[in-house]
Design a protein around this ligand. Structure first.
Ligand SMILES: Nc1ncnc2c1ncn2[C@@H]1O[C@H](COP(=O)(O)OP(=O)(O)O)[C@@H](O)[C@H]1O
Ligand SMILES: [Mg+2]
Length: 618
């Protein structure tokens, strides 16, 4: 799992983190540079300390050198005097040197065997055996001035200068005894005013303190004895901080110190300046402390600043986000507050303009929608009105059609009755008269009358056919199937067409309008077969169902395109088929004509039977 995931999810934390990290890096860099700076300062302080130690060592060198010169002068005096009887001048010079030098213990002259020739002051000086003082042998061997370490037994220091005769041969030594406790020697280390914890020490080549600005340190072993001994041997200056100042056993642990050490050139000694680190590097420590304080404060302030910057960005963004959510939820009324003149402020302003524009367009759309709805409603009402109008017109048309058809049927009936009662009666009477006339008339008229009788006979036949077509009495007397069968036989069989006639279901009398309608439809279909089909066989089926009656007339003739006929019917053609459809429709029946060129024709009509169907026969 990514530990920085929270940064990806929060802009606030991201900005805080980035600025904070930048500030921390800056603070760390500053801290590093200040550390480096304070190191530089402490190095400078240390090098100053070293310079100081060097200066003190130089001063001591100078004093020792001057005293060795005094001894040297005595040695020059002594090269003539040694071995002479009269040593008065030599004594005088020894005395003078004793008074002027730092050799408060006394000055002495030894011959080359180490035997004392003279010493000043005569009494107080109790020289150690020359054999026990390696320094004298050393000086006699090397021929150079020598300064000793602290000689253990007597807590004294000795300096010797070799004496040469005129030929340069070593004939003895002039020496001086130094008492480290003498005030003249002690005054060599003037206390340096460097602070409360600073002290100077003069250490000999054995690590023993010869003089110290601190009380009680003289003749003690220095706590850094071994180290200082080596430095003195190697004639090396050194400066540093002492971290574990407990080298030689028995020396109590001390606080951290700054030590600057410089060896002397003339004597096997060295000068050390020591000071508590706290004091020596007080300024550096103070700088470090202050820097730490300033650094911590800077980091805290920078984090606060980063947080503030992040907040100044994310707060208006939060306001904007809330506004966007409100708008997404459809609340366009609440305005987006002004968020200043910066980029986010401008964004908020633009966003608010967008909100207003959106509000405007939504209002326009709503108005348009209302307008449209109103118009649709008006249109629907208009259509409903038109539909009702059409329906009532359709009803009226149906009524009219019904009336027309009824009137037509009535007229047919009337004409048929007239033809039957008047014309066919008259023709029958005429026929009987003519038959009588043929029997009784003279021969010359007989043939004439006979032809007349024949003509009347044929006319009577066609009147009967006309009467039947107009209104077959069979339909009223025997019903649909008998009338239709008779009509089919009469029209089709005379044309040599093979006719099959089937009745299914329970044959019964139907309401007169149903019978008339189905008869007229059948009559038209049969007439069409006779006139147009060129058929060889025809099949008629009447099906008496429980709730409807079906009539189907099918031929195997040449067929036709019913659609074309119906369209062409507009111009006056195909009124027969149209009439069939109208009649079926008046009884809420359904008429289907299936036909195609060369495939025969099938006319199928179904009329529902409803109880209480009203209306006269059509
Ligand atoms: N059984 C049929 N076989 C072939 N053609 C037919 C048949 N019935 C109708 N038609 C065709 O349909 C046309 C329209 O018939 P119809 O509406 O009865 O008008 P009409 O009989 O006066 O021509 C006819 O002219 C004929 O071409
Ligand atoms: Mg026809």
């Amino acid at each position: 799992m990514n530990p920085f995931r929270f940064l990806r999810r929060s802009l606030h934390w991201r900005i805080t983190f980035l600025i904070g990290t930048g500030m921390l890096v800056l603070a760390a860099a500053l801290r590093l540079s200040s550390l480096w700076e304070s190191k530089e300062i402490s190095a400078r302080v240390l090098s100053e300390r070293q310079g100081l130690a060097r200066a003190v060592a130089d001063h001591l060198d100078y004093v020792l050198q001057a005293n060795l010169i005094l001894l040297q002068n005595v040695a020059l005096e002594a090269r003539a005097g040694i071995g002479e009887e009269d040593i008065a001048p030599l004594r005088a010079s020894l005395r003078e040197a004793f008074l002027r030098s730092i050799f408060t213990g006394g000055i002495f002259l030894l011959d080359q065997t180490g035997k004392r020739v003279w010493s000043e002051p005569q009494r107080s000086l109790s020289l150690p055996e020359p054999g026990k003082l390696p320094l004298i042998r050393q000086a006699l061997a090397s021929g150079k001035p020598e300064v000793s370490n602290l000689v253990p037994g007597g807590r004294k220091i000795y300096a010797v200068v070799p004496v040469r005769d005129w030929r340069g041969k070593l004939v003895g030594v002039v020496g001086g005894e130094l008492d480290p406790e003498s005030s003249r020697f002690r005054s060599l280390l003037h206390p340096l005013r460097l602070g409360d914890t600073t002290y100077l020490e003069l250490v000999d080549g054995q690590g023993i303190v010869l003089a110290s600005t601190r009380k009680g340190r003289t003749f003690q072993k220095s706590d850094h004895g071994r180290f200082l001994r080596r430095l003195i041997q190697e004639k090396r200056s050194v400066v540093g901080t002492c971290h574990s100042c407990h080298e030689e056993g028995g020396v109590p642990e001390r606080e951290r110190e700054v030590i600057a050490f410089a060896p002397l050139r003339v004597a096997p000694w060295g000068v050390s300046i020591r000071q508590a680190e706290k004091e020596a590097l007080a300024s550096v420590l103070l700088i470090r402390q202050r820097l730490f304080l300033i650094g911590t404060l800077t980091v805290l302030l920078s984090l606060l600043f980063a947080w503030g910057v992040a907040r100044s960005v994310t707060r208006p963004l939060g306001v904007l986000t809330q506004a966007a959510q409100r708008i997404a939820q459809g609340n366009l009324d609440e305005p987006i507050p002004a968020l200043g003149e910066d980029e986010i402020g401008r964004l908020a302003y633009t966003f608010d303009q967008m909100r207003l524009a959106l509000q405007d367009s939504l209002a326009t759309i709503a108005e348009g929608k209302r307008d449209l709805e109103k118009r649709v409603q008006e249109r629907t009402q208009e259509l409903e009105r038109l539909y009702r109008e059409l329906q009532s017109k359709e009803e009226i048309r149906g009524e009219l059609l019904k009336k027309v058809i009824t009137a037509q049927e009535e007229e047919r009936k009337r004409i048929a009755r007239e033809l039957h009662d008047e014309t066919s009666q008259a023709l029958a009477t005429l026929l009987v008269s003519l038959e009588t006339g043929v029997a009784t008339a003279p021969d010359r008229l007989k043939e004439h009358l006979y032809r007349m009788k024949e003509m009347v006979d044929r006319t009577l036949d066609s009147v009967h056919r006309l009467i039947f077509d107009l209104r077959p009495s069979l339909l009223d007397d025997l019903g649909l199937s008998s009338a239709l069968r008779w009509s089919a036989e009469r029209h089709l069989e005379s044309l040599g067409i093979d006719l099959s006639f089937t009745v299914t279901g329970v044959e019964r009398r139907l309401p007169p309008e149903v019978e008339t309608t189905l008869f007229r439809i059948g009559q038209e279909a049969i007439s069409n077969i006779a006139r147009h089909a060129d058929a060889e066989s025809v099949r008629v089926v009447i099906a008496f169902n429980e709730k409807s009656v079906c009539l189907q007339i099918e031929d195997d003739g040449k067929g036709f395109e019913p659609e074309q006929v119906v369209q062409a019917g507009q111009g006056g053609q195909g009124l027969g088929i149209l009439g069939m459809q109208e009649r079926a429709a008046l009884l809420e029946g359904n008429l289907v004509i299936q036909s195609a060129p060369g495939r025969g024709t099938r006319v199928h009509v179904e009329v529902p039977l409803r109880e209480g169907r009203k209306g006269g026969g059509l």
